[in-house]
Design a protein around this ligand. Structure first.
Ligand code: ZN
Ligand code: ZN
Ligand code: FE
Length: 753
């Protein structure tokens, strides 16, 4: 019997070779009909034998391209139109509901092969197909068609056009399709000369790297600065010119085999490293690589090649690994314009490698870590943005501004949350401009009109200031409630849970600086159950650069003013006048907001052990403390629990251990266990009180792998159902998702005045 069906598919189905795949399936099942893109997704009409149609439908989720993802399939009966063949028809209809935009996809093996075998693509560094290549970074508007990308200035040659229009070709409707005869090209600027021939470029680039030089290289979402991973002198020079003192630098290895020589890589980590998203993965080192790569840490950020050029370069390089760190100076956004690269990066590097296709949307390399066999994003950008998160709540028209540091914002479309790429620290003027520009671009790309905005409780965050000038109604959301809501949104939880948020800083309802919060909460509201004890934070935010000041504050709080005289050996290396100044501001309570922050506690203990007295980048002290900790230790310290969670016995016991020359790795391990213990004891108490068994973990401190791993294991042992973040960072980069979810829930419940 002949039947006719209309099938509407939503999700990530455009720009990923979806229609050709449908075409091939339809033809192989002897079906006639049409498939087309529109703003909301893909519409298919099929006619044929009932059984063939059923088989076809069954195959859709299984046989579609690797980078696609289906969120909805709507199937309905349709009138028989007696189609005589199966056709891919032109994109039609415009509406404000938009389809997903694909993130960028690492080059595929077929394209790498074409670069060795296809006449017009021999050594062509911009080879791509419907399964791979740039997407979000080159798109200017929807629907995703070549004239709406930065490929618009490259008219296709006839060979490319044939592939582009041949339904069964791998490049059918691959918008960035190009070859040596028609597409973009690299140029190397070296010694006042410009070299355009790709073979000469590769040869010279690899010899410059071998000689220890620093190069600026244009990547997919922005420039990188590169040098040899095994040349410590070059790395030190790179740090100096980039004004990046201590923060770890990411490296790219030639392939998974060479990476395995230097790093511990388990199955899950390998899967992540080799996935089409090609994130930077944080991995433990087997042996030292170069002293200055990842100072004071036992792990390093590693990625594998994802652009054709990377593969070509490694074929000619003698080293197995290069540093590839973002091409910017200090905290500025990564550079994307060729002129700016030549001007700014040209001054600090020995050569600049550009190409003549514009990057429209800037992205940094994404960063992930595997904890408890689950991948967790730490920075969500290239190859992840702008994939949405589905909420199961109406989000349309809601704008969530995010935090101030490691900012990401978020817009609501339908029932989805679309997070921006990693923006950065808004206190930097150029980064604030990038924020404003990206808000505008997301608005245009996704046909987004803000009706409601959500900001952090902190009125001085530049993201909050931005909202207050937006001219739409807005609500304020407490920082740690937003963290927990972010994790809830990721898991589509819409109920009362036990929420734990551990991080560096966030303004609380009482005007204090919160950061280790235990809450009963749902998306609409929260009740603070307990927290870490309030400790003065001398000098306010500035304290995060000086962990020893937090140590001093803890010691004075627990052991009185004479702590400095009583334990002089804890203060070795600290400038005496500075010590006295900080002591006096604590005593006089001058600029000493109270904090319950977990991050500040880790800072204090890191300083106490002499691991990190002063830090040169965000969260350095806790990261180094984690690095030295023996995670196999099972012992822990005492702590106390009266009004809130206090650490006087912990500090006393740590000082005893220091006096008794206990190994610092042991002490650090015991300290981590102590914090785990506070979490477990507290949630057990909370469950006893109101029977809630679901525990939600969020906040930047849960990027600490020892802490998260042990907390999850203990929650499991104690029969809890627990949720932690994976697809969105648990740090402030994921905050906007929580803000958006809270806004959506409050709007649904009519709680917005
Ligand atoms: Zn490809
Ligand atoms: Zn061509
Ligand atoms: Fe936070």
């Amino acid at each position: 019997m002949t039947v006719s069906k209309r099938i509407i598919i939503k999700g990530l189905v455009q720009g990923v070779g979806f229609r050709p795949a449908i075409y091939r399936m339809a033809v192989s099942h002897n079906l006639n009909g049409t498939v087309e893109n529109n703003n909301t997704g893909v519409i298919i009409f099929v006619e044929g034998d009932e059984k063939d149609v059923a088989n076809f439908i069954e195959n859709i989720p299984v046989k579609t391209p690797v980078a696609s993802s289906i969120t909805d399939i709507d199937i309905s009966d349709s009138d028989i139109k007696n189609f005589s063949s199966f056709l891919i028809t032109r994109s039609t209809s415009q509406s404000n509901e938009v389809t997903e935009v694909s993130p960028d996809i690492g080059v595929c093996p077929e394209c790498l092969n074409d670069m060795k075998t296809q006449d017009n693509r021999l050594d062509y560094a911009f080879t791509n197909c419907t399964n791979c290549g740039p997407r979000f970074t080159i798109i200017k508007d929807l629907p995703y068609d070549r004239p709406k990308t930065t490929m618009d200035v490259f008219p296709m040659c006839s060979a490319c056009n044939t592939e582009y229009t041949t339904i069964l070709d791998r490049r059918f409707h691959a918008q960035p399709v190009a070859c040596n005869n028609c597409g973009p090209h690299y140029s190397l600027h070296y010694n006042n000369e410009t070299i355009d021939d790709i073979k000469s470029i590769i040869n010279l680039t690899s010899s410059l790297i071998r000689e220890g030089k620093i190069l600026a290289i244009k990547g997919l979402g922005g420039y990188h600065l590169a040098c040899d991973t095994f040349n410590n002198t070059s790395i030190e020079k790179l740090r100096f010119v980039k004004n990046r003192e201590g923060k770890p630098l990411a490296v790219m290895f030639k392939d998974i085999e060479s990476a395995k020589k230097y790093l511990y890589i388990n199955e899950k980590e390998e899967e992540l490293l080799t996935s089409w998203r090609r994130p930077i993965v944080l991995l433990k080192m087997k042996k030292d690589i170069s002293r200055s790569i990842s100072i004071g840490l036992n792990s390093i950020g590693v990625m594998l090649p994802y652009m054709p050029f990377h593969y070509m370069l490694f074929e000619s390089l003698s080293t197995e690994s290069i540093v590839l760190t973002s091409g910017n100076i200090s905290d500025e956004p990564v550079i994307i314009s060729n002129d700016e690269a030549l001007n700014k990066l040209g001054k600090i590097s020995d050569a600049v490698l550009t190409y003549n296709r514009d990057i429209h949307n800037r992205t940094d390399d994404s960063v992930a870590i595997v904890i408890n066999n689950k991948s967790r994003l730490i920075r969500r950008s290239r190859s992840y943005t702008p994939s949405p998160v589905r909420l199961g709540l109406v989000t349309e028209g809601i704008f969530a501004a995010g935090a101030e540091l490691v900012n990401c914002f978020c817009i609501g479309k339908g029932d989805q949350a679309i997070l921006s790429q990693h923006i950065g620290d808004l206190k930097n003027l150029e980064t604030l401009d990038f924020y404003k520009e990206s808000v505008e671009r997301f608005g245009k790309l996704f046909r987004f009109k803000p009706e409601l905005a959500v900001m952090d409780l902190h009125p001085d965050y530049l993201s909050s200031v931005f909202v207050s000038k937006m001219n739409v109604p807005y609500i304020k959301v407490q920082h740690h409630h937003a963290h927990i809501a972010s994790c809830m949104a990721e898991h589509m939880l819409d109920e009362k849970v036990i929420g734990i948020s551990f991080d560096g800083t966030g303004l609380g309802d009482d005007g204090n600086v919160w950061g280790a919060e235990f809450m009963f909460c749902d998306l609409a509201g929260y009740e603070r159950f307990t927290h870490f004890e309030y400790i003065p934070q001398p000098g306010g935010d500035a304290v995060s650069k000086h962990p020893w000041r937090m140590m001093l504050s803890y010691l004075m709080h627990y052991f009185g003013e004479n702590a400095t005289e009583e334990y002089p050996y804890l203060f070795t290396g600290i400038n005496k006048p500075e010590l006295l100044t900080v002591k006096s501001i604590i005593k006089k309570k001058l600029n000493c907001p109270l904090t319950s922050s977990a991050g500040r506690l880790f800072d204090a203990v890191s300083a106490l052990l002499g691991v990190c007295m002063n830090s040169t980048y965000h969260a350095e002290a806790p990261m180094q403390l984690e690095s030295v900790a023996n995670c196999n230790t099972t012992e822990s310290y005492e702590w106390n629990n009266s009004d809130c969670i206090g650490f006087k016995p912990t500090f006393a016991a740590i000082i005893d251990d220091i006096k008794n020359d206990v190994d610092i790795s042991e002490i650090a391990g015991k300290f981590h266990n102590t914090v785990v213990d506070t979490v477990i004891q507290t949630v057990i108490k909370m469950r006893d009180i109101n029977g809630i068994n679901k525990v939600v973990l969020s906040g930047g401190s849960f990027q600490n792998s020892i802490l998260l791993k042990k907390v999850e294991v203990q929650l499991e042992k104690n029969g809890f159902e627990y949720f932690s973040q994976s697809v969105v960072p648990s740090n402030d980069g994921g905050l906007a998702l929580g803000q958006l979810a809270i806004g959506a829930k409050k709007r649904q419940l009519n709680l917005i005045k």
